[in-house]
Design a protein around this ligand. Structure first.
Ligand code: Q9C
Ligand code: ZN
Length: 341
């Protein structure tokens, strides 16, 4: 299987963030992508290719223009205004759904985010832009006839909605890939196996009848992003029935997970999509420092093989996964087992 990768992700240098003079700890660090890259090289998964630049238009089909304007200039605005190299971190949020978009930088800082966990650094926009291009290039590779292609995206994307970011995510790479695939297929499915609910992807396609979003994730009463991910969130309008959430409690093991995955795969098979996008976060595995499930590596191999057995051309988009002992091997295991039995 081909992997799409660029070292531009390192521009989002989250391992060296200082905020108000104190180290700001994030689990979403450059070493994640580097470790995955090394593991897929040594496991000989296949060629590693750079992304092609599809420009801003396929991103603007998913994200709000004001949001993109903000993200692409926020660091420079902040730097000029406060004469500082510190990261942009919001602390006042537009929690009301009737919020007005403010004209000021400080107002927009909170308007476009839903949390404090995701610093904007000098190179964040460029890294996020290239992560989106990485997903688009993987989608194009599948459109051109590959059964599957792996987008080694960093930063991840599934918490980002059309005009809101957090959860280590800025641009929704999986949604951008899925939207691009809709040009060549009437229907596309997205399966999100990251431990965390893909609230951004859910929101982007909530009223879209042509995209089926299925997610298995930690229960919103127990984990981030807390406010979304319940089974009664089924879509709206023409998209009603096209959003399917499977929250699982902390400690979920292989047997339960595979049983519920079977239900999700059945829904996807019935939908008959032309393409599948997998939001692949390996924080569902036991031992992940953020995730709360107890899925084994053998379980991950079965999860991969079961998804592949759908025989739908698939774009695999990297999301979370924070176990720095195992992350590379988890990605390699997933990719090696992604073949119809
Ligand atoms: N310090 C993804 O996996 N909260 N995002 C973690 C632990 C945020 C994870 C708190 C988790 C977001 C893509
Ligand atoms: Zn996650």
């Amino acid at each position: 299987m081909k992997t799409i990768y660029t070292q531009k992700h390192k521009l989002h240098a989250t391992d060296s963030v200082i905020y108000e003079g104190v180290p700001f700890i994030t689990e979403e660090i450059p070493a994640r992508a580097e470790q995955i890259l090394a593991a897929i090289q040594s496991a000989k998964i296949g060629p590693i290719l750079p992304p092609i630049d599809y420009g801003i238009d396929p991103i603007l089909e998913v994200h709000d223009a004001g949001f993109i304007q903000y993200l692409s200039t926020a660091y420079q605005e902040h730097q000029a205004r406060f004469d500082t190299e510190e990261p942009v971190i919001p602390h006042t949020f537009a929690v009301s759904r009737r919020a007005r978009k403010p004209n000021s930088f400080l107002g927009q800082r909170g308007f476009y985010s839903f949390g404090t966990g995701t610093p904007i650094l000098a190179g964040t926009w460029e890294a996020a832009y290239w992560a989106a291009q990485t997903a688009l290039t993987a989608a194009k590779t599948v459109l051109d006839g590959e059964n599957a292609c792996y987008a080694l995206c960093r930063p991840p994307g599934h918490h980002a909605a059309a005009d809101l970011y957090d959860g280590s995510c800025f641009l929704n790479n999986a949604a951008i890939a899925a939207n691009y695939l809709l040009k060549s297929a009437s229907q596309v499915a997205i399966l999100d196996i990251d431990y965390h609910h893909g609230n951004g992807t859910q929101e982007i396609f909530y009223s879209n009848p042509n995209v089926l979003f299925c997610s298995l994730h930690g229960h919103p009463d127990e984990d981030y992003p807390y406010f979304w991910g319940m089974p009664d969130e089924t879509g709206e309008g023409a998209g009603t029935g096209r959003n399917v959430n499977f929250p699982l409690h902390r400690g979920a093991q292989d047997e339960e997970y595979l049983q519920v995955l079977g239900q999700a795969l059945q829904q996807i098979a019935q939908f008959k999509p032309g393409y599948l996008v997998v939001s692949a976060g390996f924080d569902l595995i036991e031992g992940d420092p953020i995730g709360g499930f107890n899925i084994s590596v053998q379980g991950l191999a079965l999860i991969s093989a079961k998804i592949a057995s759908l025989r739908i051309p698939t774009v695999i988009v990297q999301e979370g996964g924070y176990d720095m002992e195992d992350l590379g091997n988890l990605a390699a295991t997933f990719l090696q087992n992604f073949h119809p039995g």
